[in-house]
Design a protein around this ligand. Structure first.
Ligand code: FAD
Ligand code: SF4
Length: 400
């Protein structure tokens, strides 16, 4: 399938790096405003004009079916599967499925470039978006930069390069803005490989988190909040450090998450063709959501490199989510950490697989719903999608 009805690109002058962005405090630094595509910001910005439902219909051919639980939670999909690479890529965030798909798409000539994010020469966590044209350049982008990253800042370069077939890797807010301008990029074919994303931070916020949590902040190369309710830090020497959520210094980390991430309901990257995360998978595996035919094509190119198994679901999340809600209402921003602090023996009642995914979505959506209601009442109606309202309605919330 090629891109339907390309549209002309009306350019505007990109903003200077330190200028206030149109979404103001809610800006997630997605990079659109660093390009001439800022012309479309009022329509495209995920924090000015949340339009996931309409864009789902355009991108996948239908909106999510709110009466169907997996659709409600995980978005439009053709299939979900659990996988890991038979031979993991060293230094990848998990087993490197994302990098492998991108490399294979280049090797097979299916795309000419891949938008992904490397790090700057002097700081492994400072994001540096690039258009990779070789497997080496894709590999140099492996592992999460756990900070807000202006991935779309390279969009003008796409046009200048004359590329017609492109793969973009990104998180939900980046992909929402991308979908809004995709017909103006002059492409014949666009593939989108997304990751879930939640609780992101600025570079300064990341430093505060590392300094207060890790025994050796300067040697951390990667970290992840895992399904065993611990933060897992990987260090330069290959060692692993785990810190239980309840051991985190919540008082110092109270305002660490970016306001954009506290106002976001697109945890599962609804508009990507293929999503690769971990939250719906058993510990150690990756969770793949194929949303449409392009997503299937992305998965097909690495199928012979994967071990797979069906998705599973176990446990019951609801009591744990409900018990945490009073803490969010008091401004505690750390969902799962709070759950632990509330004395919920979550490991014993153990949501696993898709139920862990639902636990994490419910926790973050109820927290963000209360955050928006309290801090941005004027934006509330526009910013909360109908599926998120339906998810939150399952719980008893404090009165306004
Ligand atoms: P790799 O092969 O290591 O490739 C990682 C890719 O991520 C690279 O191509 C790179 O371009 C891209 N990337 C790195 N940093 C960023 C960034 N800041 N913005 C956009 N793209 C980036 N999964 C969950 O299931 N639950 C979560 O809560 C969750 N939170 C996440 C938060 C962030 C900020 C990010 C970037 C990812 C998150 N993920 C989450 C996805 C998960 O951590 C892995 O990235 C994913 O499973 C792919 O692993 P991999 O080994 O295949 O990736
Ligand atoms: Fe611009 Fe992106 Fe910030 Fe919105 S989130 S104001 S589109 S840079």
């Amino acid at each position: 399938m090629t891109l339907a009805s390309p549209q002309p690109h009306h350019k505007a002058k990109a903003l200077r790096p330190n200028a206030v962005r149109p979404a103001k405090a809610l800006c997630s630094e997605c990079g659109l405003c660093d390009t001439s595509y800022i012309h479309y910001v009022k329509d495209a910005c995920a924090f000015i004009n949340q339009q996931i439902g309409d864009l789902e219909a355009e991108t996948h051919g239908r909106r999510r079916d709110l009466s169907q639980s997996d659709d409600l939670y995980f978005g439009v999909h053709q299939q979900m599967v659990v996988a890991r690479k038979q031979e993991p890529i060293e230094g990848a965030q998990w087993t490197g499925i994302v990098s492998s798909v991108a490399i294979e798409m280049l090797n097979r000539g299916l795309v000419e470039g891949v938008v992904c994010v490397q790090n700057s020469a002097d700081d492994r966590f400072q994001p540096k978006p690039v258009i990779a044209r070789t497997p080496e350049e894709v590999l140099a982008a492996r592992v999460n930069k756990p900070t807000l990253s202006p991935n779309l800042s390279v969009l003008d370069l796409v046009e200048q390069s004359g590329m017609k077939r492109l793969l973009v890797i990104g998180v939900g807010c980046q992909i929402q803005a991308l979908r809004a301008v995709e017909k103006r990029l002059g492409l014949e074919k666009l593939y989108v490989l997304g990751t879930p994303c939640v609780d992101n931070v600025t570079r300064a916020g990341l430093q505060k988190f590392l300094d207060t949590t890790s025994r050796s902040p300067e040697t951390v190369v990667a970290y992840e909040f895992m399904q065993d309710f611990r933060v897992h830090f990987k260090h330069e020497d290959g060692s692993e450090e785990t810190v239980p959520f309840f051991g985190l210094k919540t008082n110092q980390l109270k305002d660490v998450f970016a306001p954009s991430c506290m106002s976001c309901f697109d945890y599962v990257n609804s508009l990507a063709d293929l999503v690769v995360g971990y939250m719906g998978a058993p510990f150690g595996w990756q969770w793949l959501v194929v949303r449409n035919q392009r997503g299937q094509e992305l998965l097909d190119v690495v199928q012979d490199q994967l071990k797979t198994q069906p998705v599973m679901s176990q446990g019951d999340r609801k009591a744990a989510v409900q018990q945490s809600i009073p803490a969010y209402d008091k401004g505690v921003t750390l969902p799962m950490w709070a759950a632990k602090l509330m004395g919920v023996v979550i490991e014993k009642i153990g949501p696993k697989g898709l139920e862990y995914g639902r636990f994490s979505i419910d926790s973050h959506f109820t927290r963000n719903y209360l955050y928006l209601r309290r801090n941005y009442p004027d934006k509330f109606e526009q910013q909360v999608p109908d599926y998120a309202k339906k998810i939150v309605e399952q719980y008893k919330l404090p009165p306004e």
